[in-house]
Design a protein around this ligand. Structure first.
Ligand code: GLC
Length: 528
């Protein structure tokens, strides 16, 4: 039975700084989200995932946490958070929080204590090491955000390890006190009614206990992000991390009907390990393949089949089309194909995760040099890693600042906001927003879409096609990823079919006999 809410449902990611600002400081907040819950419910999504809202110096915009069990004043208060939980549930939705276990902020009291003296009781909560013989960093490990992963502490004369910013020291997950304390953090939020967690950089938690150098990456191309120059065998995906994943799962299982989702950027066969040897790992190891693949039918058909084939027995699939770390889909593939991508995301087998604003066709926003906020772009400029372009404010209406704020927004608003916004798309039956709503309705009304089997249909060229079926229903999904029209023969699947939805929203109920005709850039859902 695949009927857990996180299997049937659709997850919608909100980047809280950019969703809606209710207190006129240019930064989104919890009251802003509260005021837009009716919009989220009207979309037809089932769960909201919030990127971090905990107290943070914001060196990495909330992924550097200085208190795991509170709310940053920029976002609001714990009381407002409790109200949000109630209001999300009142609308029949679930709430998922971000959990950032790999590192704290350097301003977290634990780290301040840890760095105060070698004899500190918290010293071993972080990864401290003596310098190499030449006085330099203990080994060659690199930070994802540029430079060495080691930062010298002149006061205690040792280095500490940070996989990301030096303001984000890595916790020592081999330390049982760290584990116990971090599991209490999960319980704190679960007891407050949170329905689950998206776990940040889960595959990073354990580092080699012999501190061995990472080998060089022979395939490294100059110009690629600097940390790609190594194969991170000693810093990520260590065998011992699986025990921690299982422990986290046991904590989440102390509460009924919760979900654990892992952020894991790894090749397929390694990704699958995070389901756990006995499905006792995370429920959903995020599947980022659609974020990373070229947009062509043959490549995507192959990756779907590989993914389906690699899943462990009973492992539930999931698909992600956008998030706060990657270019927006409409910019990657263009607006016509962004509609096809929406149909793909919401008709594949498994739990889809949507990224706020993608339902409007929001694009990457170019950021002028003096408005760059992302520390990654500041540290490693010019290689296209910057994440500000996909984090710009939600476009609510055509008024000043797109109805996001009455102040100066923390990131610029897209130039297209007068047209691309919720209010104007609400009134437009052909807008991509209407397509998303229709797709989400169909997922609810057609069990074949939320729970049916997946069966590839052999095609060629720019056409991608598959069936979703239950014992009683069979739906054909045909997606034209190219600019040429296509005729897809229904033989031997069926003699005729009835169109339930076109990405152009203009063929409802159309009957096809013998074959289905697709226009350029068109996706269809056809009942057989
Ligand atoms: C994850 C987050 C990203 C953050 C990084 C460090 O990849 O998604 O936004 O910068 O972890 O916490």
């Amino acid at each position: 039975m695949n009927d857990a809410w996180w299997q049937r449902g659709v997850i919608y990611q909100i980047y809280p700084r950019s969703f809606r600002d209710a207190n006129a400081d240019g930064i989104g907040d919890l009251r802003g989200i509260l005021g837009r819950l009716d919009y989220c419910a009207s979309l037809g999504v089932d769960a909201l995932w919030l990127s971090p809202v905990y107290p943070s110096p914001m060196a990495d915009f909330g992924y550097d946490i200085s208190d795991y069990t509170n709310i940053d004043p920029v976002f609001g208060t714990l009381a407002q958070f409790d109200e949000l939980v109630v209001e999300v549930k009142r609308r029949g939705m679930k709430l998922i929080l971000d959990y950032v276990p790999n590192h704290t902020s350097d301003e977290h009291p634990w780290f301040k204590d840890s760095r105060s003296a070698r004899a500190s009781a918290k010293r071993d909560w972080y990864l401290w090491h003596d310098p190499a013989a030449d006085g330099g960093p203990p080994n060659n490990w690199l930070s994802h955000f540029g430079g060495s992963a080691w930062q010298w502490d002149p006061h205690t004369e040792q280095y500490y390890c940070h996989a990301f910013l030096k303001e984000q020291p890595d916790l020592n997950w081999r330390n049982p006190d760290v584990r116990a304390t971090m599991y209490e953090v999960l319980r704190f939020w679960l007891a407050r009614g949170v329905d689950g967690f998206r776990v940040d950089v889960l595959w990073h938690l354990i580092k080699d206990d012999q501190w061995r150098d990472n080998p060089p990456n022979p395939g490294y191309q100059p110009g690629a992000p600097p940390h790609y120059s190594q194969v991170p065998v000693y810093t990520t995906d260590r065998p011992e991390v699986q025990g921690i994943v299982a422990e986290m799962r046991r904590v989440v299982d102390e509460f009924a009907a919760r979900v654990l989702i892992g952020e894991i950027y790894l090749p397929l066969e390694r990704l699958m390990a995070y389901y756990g040897a006995n499905l006792d790992g995370v429920h959903l190891p995020f599947n980022f393949q659609l974020l990373q693949s070229d947009w062509n039918a043959r490549g995507i058909a192959a990756l779907i089949d590989q993914y389906e084939g690699a899943l462990p027995p009973g492992g539930w699939p999931n698909w992600v089309l956008g998030n706060h770390d990657n270019p927006r889909i409409a910019s990657r593939v263009g607006l016509p194909q962004a509609r096809v991508a929406a149909m793909l995301l919401l008709t594949l087998r498994g739990t889809p995760t949507m990224y706020y604003g993608d339902e409007l066709g929001m694009v990457n926003v170019p950021i002028a040099a003096d408005r760059v906020r992302d520390p990654l772009e500041k540290n490693v400029p010019g290689v296209g890693l910057g994440r500000d372009p996909c984090r710009t404010p939600m476009q609510w209406d055509g008024s000043l600042h797109a109805g996001f704020t009455s102040a100066q927004p923390w990131l610029p608003i897209s130039d297209d906001y007068a047209v691309v916004n919720v209010r104007s798309e609400d009134d437009d039956a052909t807008a991509i927003l209407s397509l998303y709503r229709r797709l989400l309705q169909l997922r609810r009304s057609q069990p074949a879409l939320s729970g049916g089997d997946y069966e590839p249909v052999a095609t060629s060229g720019d056409l991608l096609a598959y069936l979703r079926r239950t014992r009683h229903e069979c739906l054909l999904i045909a997606l034209n990823l190219g600019e040429e029209p296509y005729a897809l023969s229904l033989d031997p699947l069926a003699k005729a079919g009835r169109t339930l939805l076109s990405t152009y929203l203009d063929r409802d109920g159309e009957e096809s006999n013998g074959n289905v005709a697709l226009r350029a850039n068109e996706g269809l859902i056809v009942a057989l």
